[in-house]
Ligand binder design. Structure first.
Ligand code: TYM
Length: 329
């Protein structure tokens, strides 16, 4: 069965962007592929989290994965730092990756701008660690949102370059995967750009109806359409994109018609959007509460997952060592 890998950084809670960009695909893929879904806690070290928060943050995402329907009986769920083979592969891949190409990665440039006092080497080599996450399982498909495209290009480059240097066909070139026609980019509520933790414009799956409604009602809008059938400005298009994701087709059509004949009332649109988001998140929220309180279960799942992921990664690394030329005892 084809192997699939994907991960999420444990820097907070899962939001609608994580869900519709990635997790929704995880849930479908676990029935048809050999899936490895992990929590990228090593990646989160680029911002120096406090030691007491490391395990707690990983457990938060683990509970939220389970609440969304990721099932440890169907796939392998593990915490990145439990499977150390990835570090060895990370080192090998770093030897084949050039400073210039890492410096050109947009997310690196953005992060370097945002945290100018902490432009560490981990931030620079973030894409090679991500490549190692994927290649340690020799995965072919990677369910990720649109924002990960450049990192995926780097992962393919790492695979190709390793194969070329050693004259082998060992690593497959991993491809981004999504069930929708194209990769999803869930917009934020602040009128521009994607929904993201560091952007502070998220709706989280764990949030209650009141909080979600308040956030949606505060979303940025404009003064309304001035001519029939006009193009929507970005702030309004973003609300429609969210509506498309969570609402019924007739609801979307209703508001599209209202936009087109200039009778739209943004208050009504937001109320409907908030209600549809809550309808979607509420059952997940209840399960998050349940799983978050069961630390024993979370630890058991993480331990089982780590064993299975280790087995898969160790097999790859044994081959990699041989290919590179290390003596195998
Ligand atoms: P992270 O933690 O930023 O996001 C996790 C997943 O959620 C998707 N996502 C979105 N999709 C659509 N619209 C949005 N607004 C949105 N926000 C987040 C991301 O595309 C991602 O799929 N580098 C990764 C974590 C990672 C990884 C990997 C992923 C580490 N190693 C190996 C795949 C394979 C990241 O920072 O994701």
């Amino acid at each position: 069965m084809e192997k699939v890998v994907s991960g999420i950084r444990p820097t907070g809670h899962l939001h609608l962007g994580n869900y519709f960009g990635a997790v929704a695909n995880f849930i479908k893929m676990q029935d048809n592929y050999n899936c490895y879904f992990f929590i990228a806690d090593w990646h989160s070290l680029t911002t120096h989290p406090k030691p007491e928060d490391i395990v707690k943050s990983a457990h938060t995402i683990l509970a939220e994965y389970l609440a969304c329907g990721i099932d440890p009986a169907k796939c392998t769920i593990y915490i990145q730092s439990d499977v150390r083979e990835v570090l060895e592969l990370y080192l090998y891949l770093n030897m084949n990756t050039y400073l210039g190409e890492l410096e050109r990665v947009t997310t690196f440039k953005e992060k370097a701008r945002k945290q100018p006092d902490n432009v560490n080497a981990g931030l620079l080599t973030y894409p090679t660690l991500m490549a190692a996450d994927i290649l340690q399982h020799r995965a072919v498909k990677v369910p990720v949102g649109k924002d990960q495209e450049q990192n995926m290009e780097m992962a393919r480059k790492c695979a190709r370059r390793f194969n070329n240097i050693y004259g082998v066909e060992f690593f497959p070139e991993p491809q981004s995967f999504h069930y929708s026609a194209s990769a999803v980019k869930v917009p934020g509520l602040d009128g521009s750009g994607k929904m993201g933790k560091s952007e502070g414009n998220c709706i989280y799956l764990y949030e209650d109806a009141k909080t979600i409604t308040k956030k949606v009602m505060k979303a940025v809008t404009d003064t309304g359409p001035t001519a029939p059938n006009s193009e929507k400005p970005e702030v309004i298009q973003n609300l429609f994109t969210l509506l498309n994701i969570v609402s019924e087709e007739e609801t979307v059509k209703f508001f599209e018609d209202k936009w087109n004949d200039c009778s739209i009332r943004y208050g009504d649109l937001k109320k409907q959007l908030a209600a549809d988001i809550v309808k979607f998140t509420e059952p997940i929220r209840e399960k998050i509460e349940m799983y978050s309180n069961d630390t024993d279960l979370l630890m058991r799942i993480a331990k089982d997952g780590a064993e299975k992921a280790h087995e898969s990664a160790a097999e790859t690394l044994a081959e990699v060592r041989k290919i590179i030329g290390f003596k195998v005892y």
